[in-house]
Structures are given as structure tokens and as C-alpha cells.
Design a protein around this ligand. Structure first.
Ligand SMILES: [Fe+2]
Ligand SMILES: [Fe+2]
Length: 183
């Protein structure tokens, strides 16, 4: 059976590849080395489209409401806490995008803002992914039956189709190659 939680876990691996590079980028910017604004923009695009619209979309618009319908509390742990982290992540990516714009206009505080938001992303996501892989998904497999899991998987596929399968694959390639961009 196609598993919706395995699909989300797989996406976590790609998100972790990109997030894993954020401290490296922060370090480089901080130490005055040049970092291509193009690469930073691609990172923002990955975080907005793949991590947020596609991946968080599947979680927030499909998985969480279904779990709530099955009796999991909407507030507190885990759904309330994870949703709040999505909001935080969105704000950090927005802050990073604004700092990149400001940097291109040579604003003096832009570097600091870029570093702050990159480090924020680096600090937020690993714990978020851990909580989902080891707490949320095992719980999901207990709460939902096989039919519900199957239909969730199909709904997830529709999210990918909306984003465009080619676009989705391009973003995964970006994640796989980001390390090379930096070497
Ligand atoms: Fe999440
Ligand atoms: Fe997730």
C-alpha cells in the first residue's frame, strides 16, 4: 500500500538536505565570504514551494484536520505545537526573502538579518521533523485505518499534481545538489 506517512517522511529527507545547508550559508555570510543571492533565492523558493505549499499543505490541510476529526485534540501537543512551528518557519523564510531583497539594495543590516533567519531555520526544522517522524506519524498509523490512509495518499498525490510533478522533481534535485553548489 502507498503510505501517506512514508511520503511525508521522504519529503522530510529533502527538506533536511536544504535546512542542513543553512548554518553553512550563515557562517559564510557572517565571515564575509560571498554567497550567491541566486542560490539564496532558490533556497527560499524551495522552502516556500516544496516545504511549505506542498509538504506543510499536506499536513495542515489534509492530515491534521483528519486527525482532529478522529478525536486528536486541535490544540496543544502534537497538532497545535506543530502548526505553530509551521507559522514560525513561514515567518523565518519571509524574513530571509526580505533580507535577500534588502541585501541586493545594499542595506547595511541585511547580512545580519540573513544570518538570523538562516540560523532560525537551522534551529527550527530538525526538531520539527523529529517530532513528526517519531511522534506524529506513528500516532497517525494508530489513529487512521487502512482506507483512510489510502485516501489520504491519493489526496497527497493531488497536491503534487497541483504544484506540477516536474516542478516537484526539480525542487528535489535542487535539494540533492545544494551541497555541490557550496563546495
Ligand atoms: Fe510539519
Ligand atoms: Fe513535515
Amino acid at each position: 500500500m502507498n503510505s501517506p506517512t512514508e511520503m511525508l517522511e521522504r519529503e522530510h529527507r529533502f527538506i533536511a538536505m536544504v535546512v542542513g545547508m543553512t548554518p553553512v550559508l550563515a557562517e559564510r555570510i557572517e565571515s564575509g565570504q560571498s554567497v550567491s543571492p541566486e542560490l539564496l533565492r532558490e533556497l527560499v523558493d524551495f522552502m516556500r514551494t516544496y516545504a511549505d505549499k506542498c509538504h506543510h499543505g499536506k499536513e495542515e490541510e489534509l492530515l491534521f484536520p483528519l486527525l482532529v476529526k478522529k478525536g486528536v485534540p486541535i490544540h496543544g501537543c502534537p497538532i497545535g505545537a506543530l502548526s505553530a512551528e509551521h507559522v514560525k518557519g513561514r515567518a523565518l523564510v519571509k524574513g530571509l526573502a526580505e533580507a535577500i531583497d534588502a541585501f541586493e539594495k545594499t542595506a547595511t543590516s541585511a547580512k545580519e538579518e540573513m544570518v538570523k533567519n538562516l540560523r532560525g531555520i537551522a534551529g527550527l526544522y530538525p526538531g520539527h521533523i523529529w517530532k513528526e517522524d517519531y511522534l506524529l506519524f506513528p500516532m497517525t498509523l494508530k489513529v487512521l485505518n487502512a482506507d483512510e490512509l489510502g485516501s489520504l495518499y491519493q489526496q497527497f498525490e493531488k497536491v503534487d499534481e497541483k504544484i506540477g510533478v516536474n516542478h516537484y522533481q526539480r525542487l528535489e534535485q535542487f535539494a540533492q545538489q545544494i551541497e555541490r553548489h557550496l563546495s
